[in-house]
Write a protein that binds this ligand. Structure first.
Ligand code: TEU
Ligand code: CA
Length: 552
């Protein structure tokens, strides 16, 4: 199999929160270089780094104003080049994050575009007249709340922003836009990067004319006309022909709200679009009727259903998944789906085992390998993320009490995942010598401790990363959900020729009775978060117990 990345594990770094070396409270490229030995020890193959290009930092770098420079906040281009080389020495390839759906309104193109209606850059973006009554051109919503349109005084028209108003959507119908984006990708590929993560890439093609979304309710926010749009597959195929293919880039597309069927199309090898996709249905296991900003208990049934459906469809359709439970936009999976107090170690390992047994390329988000937890901020002042701040305002405006709004933020805010990486027990957890940009989690968790303890979460990930390279069943095997109706267990089986893999996970604080399927009697336990050496035909699973069993 020449697709080496199918057996690979990707580690995601949110540079702002990873390691600060010049003591300005913000992580930097030299900090990443400093920690490469740590990452090598973990055993990862690719390092995905979220945007470090020049940016006003309204959305922590997802608002880019110059795609060809490193933001001085993070260092210099020389630092970046050194990072690529130093990583390569440790057999780690760099995956850059590319934001091609929108630019910052501080980007030169937008500054030109807003000057006049006939500026050559006008058509790089979407401009429309407000409705005669002064309301926005259509009913699309920003993913960060409110209308997706911002009125611009100078030319009397509004521009589309699917995210913050400082992030203007690029018009991919315009060939010049597509050419420029291809150039940007080629520039970074020549710097020696081996992969790209494409931000909100399923939004690039919009229904021409940008009609109103006909759906009423939380999903009627424009998605009908801006997700998986009419020309999206054509655009991605073009990029593949121009850059991804010739430059041999591993690509992963962020596909929030795309159906499993679409995900197959994006990632089928023969179609030459992307290597793999992130799907987000399983991240809605604690949403209420698809609405994020709600206080809704996590549903194991939803998690099982969404992951299993995707596993099956992608296997049948020959697509390829990017497997993840955490990233910089999600609260910590451990706090969300596990127990981050009494059973922190157990449930962190349980989640790792449950994810790593599935089919796809595995992703670890910084801190996940040491069991970092949600921030649990108790005041609104501690939050930095514009999405959270907007949500807080909207919750209050809708009549939710301040107390309840803060509880919802504790559960759902993106800042939960963005607290500084906890390296040791010193004042700012070894992240920085000065007060960091976001409050550190003052608990006892640290990488230093994890490395000293042979039974730690860190070493569980290290072994899981290695198994995926050793046994073909991880990459090739089909997927079957077992005990589908069980409300406490997530069990599945993978099969490939003579090999079988069984994963059993208890998602509760209780002991749960379990009966081993008869064909696993002589099987080997690859991984157990309770140090179990053998299993009987019938036994009790302990709280958050998880087993990965291999049979050949
Ligand atoms: O995120 C896209 C996205 O839609 C979400 O993950 C979003 O942050 C969340 O669902 C809102 O509830 C990508 C980036 O990962 C994110 O950090 C950026 O803010 C966003 O695009 C805009 O570039
Ligand atoms: Ca710094």
């Amino acid at each position: 199999m020449n697709n080496w990345w199918k057996k690979a594990t990707v580690y995601q770094v949110y540079p702002r929160s990873f390691k600060d070396t010049n003591n300005d409270g913000i992580g930097d490229i030299r900090g990443i270089i400093e920690k490469l030995d740590y990452l090598e020890k973990l055993g990862i193959d690719l390092l995905w780094i979220t945007p470090m290009y020049v940016s006003p930092q309204k959305d922590n770098g997802y608002d880019i104003s110059d795609y060809y420079q490193i933001d001085p906040l993070y260092g210099t281009m020389a630092d970046f080049e050194e990072l690529v080389q130093e990583a390569e020495k440790r057999k780690i390839a760099i995956m850059m994050d590319m934001v091609l759906n929108h630019t910052s309104t501080e980007h030169q193109w937008f500054k030109e575009a807003r000057k006049s209606r006939n500026n050559p850059y006008r058509d790089f973006y979407f401009w429309q007249d407000p409705k005669p009554d002064g309301t926005p051109p259509n009913n699309w919503k920003s993913r960060f709340g409110g209308t997706a349109w911002k009125y611009d005084e100078a030319t009397g028209q509004s521009y589309l922003h699917s995210f913050d108003e400082s992030q203007a959507d690029l018009n991919w119908e315009n060939e010049a836009v597509r050419k420029e984006c291809g150039k940007i990708l080629a520039f970074w590929a020549k710097k020696g990067i081996k992969g790209v993560r494409l931000d909100v890439v399923n939004l690039l093609s919009k229904t021409p004319g940008l009609p109103d979304d006909p759906i009423v309710g939380p999903t009627g926010d424009g998605r009908t006309h801006n997700v998986d749009g009419p020309k999206i597959h054509q655009y991605l195929h073009e990029l593949n022909q121009q850059v991804f293919g010739p430059m041999q880039l591993v690509t992963v597309g962020e596909m929030s709200s795309s159906t499993p069927e679409e995900c197959v199309l994006y990632s089928q090898e023969e179609r030459e679009e992307l290597s793999m996709i992130f799907s987000f249905y399983h991240m809605k296991a604690d949403y209420q009727d698809n609405a994020k900003w709600t206080n809704e208990p996590f549903s194991l049934a939803k998690l099982k259903q969404s992951q299993s459906l995707l596993q099956q469809k992608m296997h049948e359709g020959n697509g390829w998944n990017a497997l993840f439970y955490s990233n910089h936009d999600q609260p910590r999976a451990l706090s969300r789906f596990g127990d981050d107090r009494i059973y922190r170690q157990e449930s962190a390992k349980m989640l790792a085992i449950t994810l790593f047994g599935q089919q796809g390329t595995t992703y670890i988000y910084q801190g996940e390998e040491i069991g970092m937890t949600n921030a649990y901020f108790s005041t609104i002042e501690e939050y930095r993320d514009p999405e959270s701040l907007n949500a807080y305002r909207e919750l209050l405006a809708s009549g939710v009490s301040d107390r309840e709004a803060l509880i919802i933020l504790q559960l759902k805010s993106r800042d939960n995942a963005r607290t500084p990486m906890q390296w040791d027990d010193s004042k700012y957890q070894g992240f920085s010598a000065v007060e960091p940009w976001l409050v550190v989690n003052n608990n006892q968790i640290s990488a230093e401790k994890e490395l000293k303890d042979p039974n730690s979460i860190f070493y569980t990930y290290q072994r899981l990363i290695a198994y995926r390279k050793m046994f073909p069943v991880f990459t090739e095997g089909d997927y079957r959900l077992l005990d589908e109706e069980h409300s406490e267990l997530f069990c599945y089986e993978r099969t490939c020729n003579q090999e079988k893999l069984l994963v059993i996970s208890n998602f509760t604080r209780k002991n749960v009775a379990y009966q081993l399927p008869s064909d696993y009697k002589t099987a080997e336990i690859l991984e157990s978060n309770y140090g179990r050496k053998q299993v009987e035909a019938a036994f009790q699973l302990k709280p958050y117990e998880s087993l990965m069993i291999y049979q050949k």
